[in-house]
Design a protein around this ligand. Structure first.
Ligand SMILES: NC(=O)c1ccc[n+]([C@@H]2O[C@H](COP(=O)([O-])OP(=O)(O)OC[C@H]3O[C@@H](n4cnc5c(N)ncnc54)[C@H](O)[C@@H]3O)[C@@H](O)[C@H]2O)c1
Length: 335
């Protein structure tokens, strides 16, 4: 599906974090729709190293790129020498910056700020030199404890959310300058869909509940889950937003969600219906109280107006189209 009239054939596109969930979907979007687009994936890929929370330092996985025929570079966005080489060896037209410590429970503040904030600014400098448009991933985690999900009302409650606020602040600073490029920040809400499996425990609860149900287990929900509401957004709508962000003169920071909060209980109900397996539900205490978002709902008015974005997947549809992939992963990776 093409979301705008831009012909990306013969363009050069850098996708940082391209071996991860969203970045790899973007890489295939270009490969499938614009076969003559030169796609460069930069990702540090997993090494087995972990953070103090026990989770992997990188969720990048070669299997997310099986069938990809572009250029793959294994490297760290914190490596200034590598960034210099990219600046010299390529001439990018678009940079889709998805690389980040994407795990919201990581507590290493030094590395979080370096990777998410400082490396972003260094990539932005390359974008300016190349006259490339920058489209980067911000997050709904910027809102944290806020009850107003509009740009300007951020209140992050963990260092991850803070790092994304800092990225947005850098963006606003650069947009005050007279630059010849556009810079678009996309505050993704809770994304689910193909190629998220290798995020392990940080993959969406759609996938995790799906696999619990297929294993014949009773899905474990946090207590009060019917009142824990989030804006869950299907990967295709994330791709739509990224592509619309390449239209000229769209600079700004926008929410990318469905505009409708849904409960974790809803996810389980829809999955149980679609999978035709009902093992009931079990409720467990929530260990993340204090740094946990109990309600998120994207205000997408300005996203609609300025990007022309219109989410196509309500949760019922998103989960329905995702079911065959949830089953395939269960057969090939879980069982
Ligand atoms: N998935 C969501 O629900 C969601 C929501 C809001 C924002 N985001 C943001 O969207 C972006 C993509 O997230 P995702 O869900 O695809 O996560 P992901 O972890 O699957 O992808 C991030 C990729 O970045 C790579 N990476 C991490 N540190 C790197 C470094 N120093 N150098 C090079 N590569 C590095 C990882 O290897 C990984 O492949 C991230 O910026 C994330 O913060 C995601």
């Amino acid at each position: 599906m093409k979301y705008n009239d831009i012909n990306f054939n013969k363009k050069t596109v850098l996708i940082t974090g391209g071996a991860g969930f969203i970045g790899s979907n973007l890489a295939f979007y270009f490969q499938n729709n614009y076969p003559n687009c030169k796609v460069v994936v930069l990702d540090c890929f997993r090494s087995g190293e972990t953070f103090s929370n026990g989770n992997l330092k990188s969720f990048g996985h070669f299997k997310n790129l099986l069938g990809f025929n572009g250029i793959v570079i294994s490297g760290d966005i914190n490596d200034k020498k590598l960034l210099k080489e990219l600046e010299i060896n390529y001439k990018f037209d678009y940079i889709f910056h998805q690389a980040a410590i994407s795990d919201t429970t990581v507590s290493e503040q030094d590395l979080m700020i370096k990777t998410n904030v400082n490396a972003y600014e260094n990539l932005l400098k390359i974008a300016i030199k190349h006259k490339a448009n920058m489209i980067y991933a911000s997050s709904a985690a910027t809102y944290g404890d806020s009850n107003r999900f509009e740009v300007g009302h951020e209140s992050p409650n963990n260092v991850y959310g803070f790092s994304k606020v800092m990225m947005d602040n850098i963006t606003f600073e650069y947009l005050k300058k007279d630059l010849n490029i556009s810079i678009v920040g996309l505050k993704y809400f809770n994304v689910y869909g193909s190629r998220e499996f290798f995020k392990n425990k940080t993959a969406s609860m759609v996938l995790q509940f799906g696999h619990q149900i297929l294993k014949g287990l009773t899905p474990k929900l946090f207590e009060g889950s019917d009142k824990i509401l989030r804006d869950f957004i299907y990967i295709e709508d994330i791709i739509q937003a990224n592509i619309l962000a390449t239209n000229p003169k769209r600079s700004g920071v926008y929410n990318i969600g469905t505009g409708k909060a849904r409960s974790f209980e809803d996810i389980v109900n829809i999955l149980q219906k679609e999978l035709e397996i009902d093992n009931g539900k079990e409720y467990i205490p929530n260990p993340y109280v204090g740094s946990y978002q109990f309600f998120t709902e994207a205000n997408i008015e300005s996203t609609k107006e300025f990007l022309g974005y219109n989410p196509r997947f309500e949760m019922e549809e998103g989960i329905k189209v995702y079911i065959p992939e949830i089953k395939r992963l269960f057969q090939e990776e879980v069982k």
